[in-house]
Design a protein around this ligand. Structure first.
Ligand SMILES: NC(=O)C1=CN([C@@H]2O[C@H](COP(=O)(O)OP(=O)(O)OC[C@H]3O[C@@H](n4cnc5c(N)ncnc54)[C@H](OP(=O)(O)O)[C@@H]3O)[C@@H](O)[C@H]2O)C=CC1
Ligand SMILES: Nc1nc(=O)c2c([nH]1)NC[C@@H]1CN(c3ccc(C(=O)N[C@@H](CCC(=O)O)C(=O)O)cc3)C=[N+]21
Length: 299
């Protein structure tokens, strides 16, 4: 039976460090880090995440501002708000919750966020810095950054000689995950919906990262014995065993099956999800330190 990687516990340690760093910044400069989260529309899952982010930000001692806009908000109004937040000296991090309603040009919104407040790490400037290894001034996307800390907690920082397979090639998870694993000296393969023999490829992985969005797709016999399995997926499925109409969260990995083969594995919930929020706090405190002209602590 595999080691179950406790993302909640690692996330709590990280946010404790952020809280201390925020106290230090306040003592030295009087500054309070500020995080603004913008949400458009009424998606209930998005609302839960946004509420979580606000709660954690306050627990870290941050100013937390939430802008909840109606579903029919126009492109200009949203761009206007982003401009305002870009120019607001009390705000160091700006996050626009994705996905946005279909009538809004998501790409244009992401590129409108000032790169030095882009705590999601989605702006071209930050993507380019990560891709070229300029990580000291980049913001790294929160979910891949959190996944790396979980991998490090099992295997250490240097992944030389390890084969990593990332299943999924999105801009927010798969591609930045590839860059981080590569930077840590792993040999990385990125798989996607056109990949041939995905089970066979996954079996070559010492580190297997699942970011697919398909509930429990990755089975135990896809996992190399002893592998480290990171399940990024968050899927809500029907749970009739809990009562009629009830649901539960599962990952992209069939946990019970995969835990038989894996050396270490993240659960869902309680794995990568809490790390995403913790790394958002890290990126925000880093943004605040940089805006004060100070070198941020390393997390
Ligand atoms: N824990 C957290 O904090 C977060 C969790 N998530 C979760 O992670 C998962 C992935 O999210 P995201 O990257 O945004 O998803 P996307 O839908 O943007 O990307 C999914 C990727 O999986 C690939 N894929 C889809 N079906 C298959 C298949 N049958 N075989 C192989 N590859 C396949 C797609 O391939 P192709 O490119 O060819 O279409 C695509 O590259 C979701 O469950 C999401 O909810 C996301 C963000 C944060
Ligand atoms: N601009 C932007 N940045 C994001 O980082 C972003 C986004 N948009 N859109 C949606 C995805 C998804 N995401 C999650 C964050 C926390 C949990 C999380 O805390 N999950 C808990 C469970 C929460 C629950 O019970 O629903 C866990 O896995 O233990 C999950 C998913 C951030 N995302």
């Amino acid at each position: 039976m595999a080691q179950i990687i406790d993302g909640k516990a690692v996330a709590a340690e990280v946010t404790e460090g952020v809280k201390t760093a925020a106290e230090m910044l306040k003592a030295q400069t009087g500054m309070q880090p500020g995080l603004a989260v913008v949400i458009v529309g009424e998606d209930p899952a998005s609302k839960v995440y946004v509420a979580n982010k606000g709660r954690t930000a306050r627990a870290c001692g941050f100013l937390s501002v939430e802008h909840a806009l109606p579903d029919d908000t126009g492109q200009e109004a949203l761009m206007g708000l982003i401009d305002e937040l870009n120019g607001d000296p009390a705000i160091h991090g700006v996050l626009v919750q994705l996905p946005l309603p279909g009538h809004i040009d998501e790409g244009a919104v992401i590129q409108a966020i000032a790169p030095d407040k882009d705590v999601d790490g989605f702006h071209f400037t930050n993507v380019g810095k990560l891709g070229t290894g300029v990580t000291d001034s980049a913001f790294v996307p929160c979910t891949p950054a959190g996944s790396m800390l979980l991998i490090e907690s099992v295997l250490g920082k240097d992944l030389s000689g390890k084969n990593a397979v990332v299943v999924g090639r999105s801009n927010i998870v798969g591609k930045p995950m590839f860059n981080l694993l590569l930077a840590a000296n792993a040999t990385v393969t990125v798989a996607h919906s056109r990949t041939k023999d995905l089970p066979g490829l996954c079996r070559t992985a010492d580190i297997l990262v699942a970011a697919v969005g398909r509930p429990q797709m990755i089975k135990g016999n896809w996992v190399k014995p002893g592998a480290t399995v990171i399940d990024v997926g968050i899927n809500r499925i029907a749970a009739p065993e809990k009562g009629e109409g009830k649901t539960r969260l599962v990952g992209d990995v069939d946990f019970d099956d995969a835990a038989e083969a894996a050396g270490a594995i993240t659960p869902v919930p309680g794995g990568v999800g809490p790390m995403t929020i913790a790394m958002l706090m890290v990126n925000t405190i880093v943004a605040a330190y940089r805006s004060a002209g100070r070198t941020p602590p390393v997390f």
